[in-house]
Design a binder for this molecule. Sequence first.
Ligand code: SF4
Length: 320
Amino acid sequence: MSENSKIEWTDHTFNPWEGCQKVGPGCDHCYAETRNARFAGGTAINWGPGSPRRRTSAANWRKPLAWNAQHEKFLAEHGRRQRVFCSSLADVFDNAVAPEWREDLLELIFSTPNLDWLLLTKRVGNVLGMVPADWLAGAWPAHVWLGATIVNQAEADRDIPKLLEVPAPVRFLSMEPLLGPVALDRLPLGPLAALYSGGRIDALRGGVWGERPDGERLRITHTPFGLDWVIVGGESGPGARPMHPDWARGVRDQCAEAFVPFLFKQWGEWLGARQDGSHSHDPIELNASDVPVRVGKKAAGRLLDGVQHDGFPIGHGGIA
Ligand code: SF4
C-alpha cells in the first residue's frame, strides 16, 4: 500500500524536525523518543520541555518536492493521489518548535498541491493559533487534512470538539494505541458551546443532538462538521498494552452505521486468546473471559473478525 513508508495508511512519511514532549497516555511508549535516544547514545536529547528540537536536513526537505513532481506517474499507476504523513517523529503543532520552522513547513505544504498532506497531532487545541489566518477564513487548502490522535474517551471528549472546530476539508482520527472503549456519537460541546446552546455532538454524523427522557435521540441542529475517516490500531513495541477486541469492534460498528470510512491498522503485539491457551489470527470467537497473548505485531496481523478494513476518505483527489 505504501511507497516509502511502512505505515499502512500513507505513501510517504515526512518529518520536518524531530523531538517532542509526552502529552498523554498515547505517548507512554513513544517510538520516536526511543529512536531518538538510540541515535544519541541512550538519552533522548530532543525530548521534553526546553529541549531543542532538531530540524531535519535540507535534502530531506526537498523530498516532498520530488514526490509532488511524480504526481502524474503515481496517479496513473494507483488511480489516486499520494498521501504524506507529517510527522511521525514529532508534532507539527508542538509549542516548543520555532514558529519560523512551522512557517517553512506550511510554505512547503502550500507549494506541493499534488500531495495530500495528513497532519496528525496530539495538540489539536493549538491548531487555530498556528495556521495562517486565511486558512481559517475559508481558504484552508484542499490538500491539507487534519487528524487528532485519540486513545480513550477522555481524549475524545476533550479533543474531538476542537478538531471539529477547525475548517479542514478532511478531519480524521488516529485511535492508536486504542486504550479503551470510545463512543463518538455523544461528545460534549467543548469550545462549540459558544455556538450551540445545548446537546451533544455526534462526531460521525455531524450535528448536535439532544436526548428525550425516554432515551430517544433527536438532532437539534445540523452542523457543517463531522469526521471523515477513523483509523484504529493496537500498540506495538516494548511495553505494548493489549487492545480488547470489543474496543475496536465498537468503533468499527459506529463508523459503519454512520457511513464513515474505517481503517483497521493493526492489532499490535497482542492478540486475544481463548482460555485453553490457543489463539487465533481471527479473533472472531473471543468473549469476555478470553485473555490476550503476546504474539508479536506481524503474527497478530490486521484482520478484525476476519476482515481487512481499508477504508479511506474521498479527499481532494476525488478517488480514495
Ligand atoms: S506526541 Fe507523538 S512524537 Fe510526541 S511524545 Fe507523543 S507519541 Fe511521541
